[in-house]
Design a protein around this ligand. Structure first.
Ligand SMILES: *[C@@H]1O[C@H](CO)[C@@H](O)[C@H](O)[C@H]1NC(C)=O
Ligand SMILES: *[C@@H]1O[C@H](CO)[C@@H](O)[C@H](O)[C@H]1NC(C)=O
Ligand SMILES: *[C@@H]1O[C@H](CO)[C@@H](O)[C@H](O)[C@H]1NC(C)=O
Ligand SMILES: *[C@@H]1O[C@H](CO)[C@@H](O)[C@H](O)[C@H]1NC(C)=O
Ligand SMILES: *[C@@H]1O[C@H](CO)[C@@H](O)[C@H](O)[C@H]1NC(C)=O
Length: 469
């Protein structure tokens, strides 16, 4: 192992960068003093520049050879070292993967910090609040409807009701630490099992097996599983007696799934926030979105993020054709240095768990505020920068924890024994303190995405606070 690569002097670096920030602030104050301007001192750019140099240091320390090259206060290029073997050939563009990737860090912070406050499960209140939610959007989440719109809402309700809770079943800040476990064959090179199981919640993907055979590599704890359409067909086999695990379907529902869902006790929901027309690509990213919408800290395992990538392997099956390994590696490294995820991999396994070079919460919050301020200023919308600045559509709903449990009108005997109640009508007092605090700070408002990854297209649903206060 190349241990020295990871050794650093965080205290000194910190001290220097704090000193640098102070002098920038001083200069900014002085220059505004001398110009006699009465406008408030604009620190957005110095704050973001300072953040960029921290990011650069973080990538240097943690990126296993990746380097960050700063273009300006928002833009950065991540480069792989000269001579990196780009073996993945993009058939569509007829090129090998490039060795450098440009990112807008400001946009990336805005996007991923937003997930921390988001609801990522489709609910009845969402469909009720969104304009044409039932007529238009609901139809897109049903396969084999035989129409492109819900001309008959009752028919659409019949399809969706089993997977449609009245209100969000999960909450921002519900868990402290979550593990997102990908399916990479790399998992067999390490023994992260116990570490994974020590998390408050574990999120897995598609048909990933969880059993004694793989326990020391991937653990045994199962809480959430994100599935695409293909895998949803094998649900009963995948679940193998674990009726606590919550299934979240990333694509669409249809009759065959519903027939199966009626037979199992596991809660099943639909993911909200997928980009519909582009298919269900990027399973890993959606798992991270789901995790961030519930967890303070997101540890990722089993994503192929080490140098030397040659093929796409899964821990439980033979290798398949790979997809965009370098692009993925660079983006995950960026996310780690933005405090979104923590990467665990074979080449990082022997490293001491030291996160001092990843920016602190406070620093990220400051950078987020600066990025938002700058963006709104550029769009000529200064002023309203509150929590609800991105709400495009507003809706109202009943108090938290009320309303029928999803599928209740179709409650079979299986359903009565199910674990739906544990989530959907969990009393407010049973939520983690941080989650309750957040709920109060958000004045009981749940935020949902409309479609893809646009920042300012939120559907915001207000719940009365009275019963909780
Ligand atoms: C690059 O990858 C190809 C295909 O896997 C391999 O044949 C070649 O030896 C590799 N080159 C280096 C320098 O690793
Ligand atoms: C709407 O769908 C329901 C359930 O399938 C059906 O009973 C009803 O007849 C339909 N209504 C119309 C007007 O087609
Ligand atoms: C769907 O569920 C809701 C809420 O439980 C209920 O009011 C509605 O009648 C159900 N629709 C159908 C078609 O079963
Ligand atoms: C289901 O799990 C049990 C206990 O872990 C195991 O013995 C059995 O082989 C599993 N069945 C399948 C079909 O995977
Ligand atoms: C997220 O929620 C917190 C309250 O927990 C709030 O202070 C913050 O402004 C929100 N941020 C976004 C981007 O919505």
């Amino acid at each position: 192992m190349t241990r020295p690569r990871f050794s650093r002097k965080p205290a000194l670096v910190r001290l220097l960068s704090v000193a640098a920030l102070f002098s920038i602030i001083l200069i900014a104050i002085q220059s505004s003093f001398f110009t006699g301007s009465r406008a408030p001192v604009n620190l957005d750019i110095p704050i973001l520049s300072h953040f960029q140099s921290n990011l650069q240091q973080c990538v240097a320390n943690r990126g296993l050879g990746l380097t960050a090259h700063i273009i300006d206060h928002c833009n950065v290029i991540l480069k792989f070292p000269q001579g990196t073997n780009s073996t993945w050939y993009n058939e569509q563009f007829k090129i090998f993967e490039p060795l450098e990737y440009k990112y807008d860090v400001c946009e990336t912070i805005l996007l991923w910090e937003q997930y921390r406050n988001m609801t990522t499960v489709l609910t009845r209140e969402y469909l009720d609040s969104r304009p044409d939610g039932w007529f238009d959007y609901a139809a897109k989440r049903i396969a084999q409807l035989g129409a492109d719109k819900c001309y008959n809402q009752t028919l659409c309700e019949e399809h969706l009701n089993l997977t449609l809770p009245a209100k969000p079943p999960f909450h921002p800040r519900q868990f402290r630490r979550c593990a997102v476990v990908g399916n990479s064959g790399d998992l067999l090179k390490t023994q992260f099992g116990e570490e994974i199981d020590s998390h408050d919640a574990v999120i897995r993907d598609n048909e990933a097996p969880v059993n004694e055979r793989y326990a020391k590599h991937v653990g045994l704890k199962r809480d959430f599983r994100l599935v695409v359409r293909g895998a949803a067909g094998n649900m009963i086999k995948i679940l193998n007696g674990s009726d606590d695990e919550v299934l979240i379907i990333k694509s669409v529902i249809h009759r065959d799934f519903n027939a199966m869902i009626k037979k199992i006790r596991n809660p099943v929901y639909l993911f909200q926030g997928i980009v519909l027309r582009r298919g269900a690509k990027g399973t890993g990213m959606k798992s991270i979105e789901l995790a961030l919408s519930m967890c303070d800290i997101v540890d990722i395992y089993g994503f192929t993020v080490d140098p030397g990538y040659t093929e796409w392997t899964r821990y439980f099956s033979t290798p398949r054709k790979g997809h965009n390994p370098l692009q993925g590696r660079a983006y995950y490294q960026l996310l780690e240095c933005l405090g979104v995820i923590r990467i665990h991999s074979p080449m990082r396994a022997k490293r001491k768990q030291d996160w001092s070079d990843v920016p602190s919460r406070e620093m990220i919050n400051n950078a987020h505020r600066a990025a938002l301020h700058l963006k709104k200023k550029q769009a000529g919308q200064e002023g309203g920068l509150g929590r609800f600045v991105n709400c495009k559509v507003w809706g109202k709903s009943g108090p938290y924890g009320t309303g029928p449990v999803s599928g209740s009108t179709d409650m079979t005997d299986t359903r009565k024994e199910s674990n739906y109640n544990r989530w959907e009508i969990m009393p407010f007092e049973s939520l983690r303190e941080e989650a309750r605090k957040h709920y109060m700070q958000m004045e009981g408002v749940s935020l949902y995405k409309m479609d893809g990854n646009k920042l300012d297209d939120l559907v915001c649903v207000k719940h009365p606070l009275k019963s909780e206060a």
